[in-house]
Design a protein around this ligand. Structure first.
Ligand code: NAD
Length: 275
């Protein structure tokens, strides 16, 4: 029987693909997003293909908004069986201009150039809130539906940068490390009430958020894009569809004894030392 699946950030590139795949398995999908139009578009696509989905406006950083979203989901599809915490991302204010600090960076500063010393706490807080608090709050609201019921699970979205931080993005790397750590904590905490908790750690997926960082206008790779491909043994960026198999496995009964794992989906990036 189809389960009720709640996905945050579901209007985005990666989570909309996961949503479509889960809908094809016969599940009812509640697509939560700050951007209601984006969520509605995904819902329309799923419904037109014969699936069941609704778009729901929700801010993962506001408890009241999530409580309202839960009422809407429960009314349409009943209790939540599976929660995917997909909303997340980085912010330019938590990002340095260069991978390494050079002594001369402090002497010849140009407009807009950001060293570690210029990082703005507001940017860091934005990123920690969106990724960590934005995973914790929806879990508080939706996991109550799961307590004591069979085959319920939570899937968080961490990142490969949680294993080893990427240069330039200390806030995003730290926030995703917190998501991975929290995944293990929750898996243990919820182990007696039948809720499994796991996470995906996607590598580099070419999306609107990072397209200009990784590729030039003509589609060729930027130096950073090139560096990533050289460091990825499988030699390519991920496609959203690469997340589908692991998502269906971790949310399904084949993973009924799997909890507290963070699965890298990164073409071997995190396994490779570069030598
Ligand atoms: P995306 O920007 O396409 O989607 C993110 C969605 O989250 C957007 O629809 C946005 O409206 C929504 N959102 C933002 N703030 C929100 C809030 N406060 N409340 C509710 N919704 C909110 O991003 P994506 O690339 O599909 O990433 C999805 C997840 O995967 C994120 O957690 C991201 O950190 C993670 N991730 C992405 C990559 C990658 O290469 N794209 C790699 C590793 C991890």
């Amino acid at each position: 029987m189809g389960k009720t699946v709640v996905i945050t950030g579901a209007g985005g590139v990666l989570c909309s693909t996961m949503a479509e795949a889960l809908a094809k398995e016969g599940h009812k999908i509640a697509l939560l997003d700050l951007n209601k139009d984006a969520a509605d578009k995904v819902a329309e696509k799923i419904n037109n293909a014969g699936g069941k989905a609704i778009g729901v406006k929700a801010n993962v950083l506001e408890k009241d908004s999530l409580v309202l979203a839960k009422e809407e989901v429960n009314k349409a599809f009943g209790k939540c069986d599976i929660l995917i915490n997909g909303a997340g991302g980085n912010h330019p204010l938590g990002t340095t201009s260069n991978p390494f600090l050079q002594a001369e960076d402090l002497l010849n500063k140009t407009e807009g150039f950001k060293t570690f010393f210029d990082l703005d706490p507001k940017g860091i807080q934005f990123v920690f809130n969106l990724n960590f608090i934005g995973t914790l709050l929806p879990t508080q609201i939706f996991a109550e539906d799961m307590v004591g019921r069979d085959n319920c699970s939570i899937l968080n979205v961490s990142s490969m940068n949680a294993f080893t931080p990427l240069t330039k993005i200390p806030a995003y790397s730290g926030a995703k490390a917190a998501v991975s750590n929290f995944t293990q904590w929750l898996a243990v905490h919820f182990s007696k009430v039948g809720i499994r908790v796991n996470a995906l750690a996607p590598g580099f997926f070419l999306t609107e958020q990072n397209r200009t960082l990784l590729t030039n206008e003509d589609g060729s790779l930027t130096p950073r894009g090139n560096q990533i491909i050289e460091q990825t043994p499988m030699g390519k960026f991920g496609e959203p569809e690469h997340l589908v198999g692991t998502t269906l496995w971790l949310c399904g009964e084949g993973a009924s004894f799997v909890t507290g794992v963070v699965v890298p989906i990164d073409g071997g990036f995190s396994a490779y030392s570069g030598v």
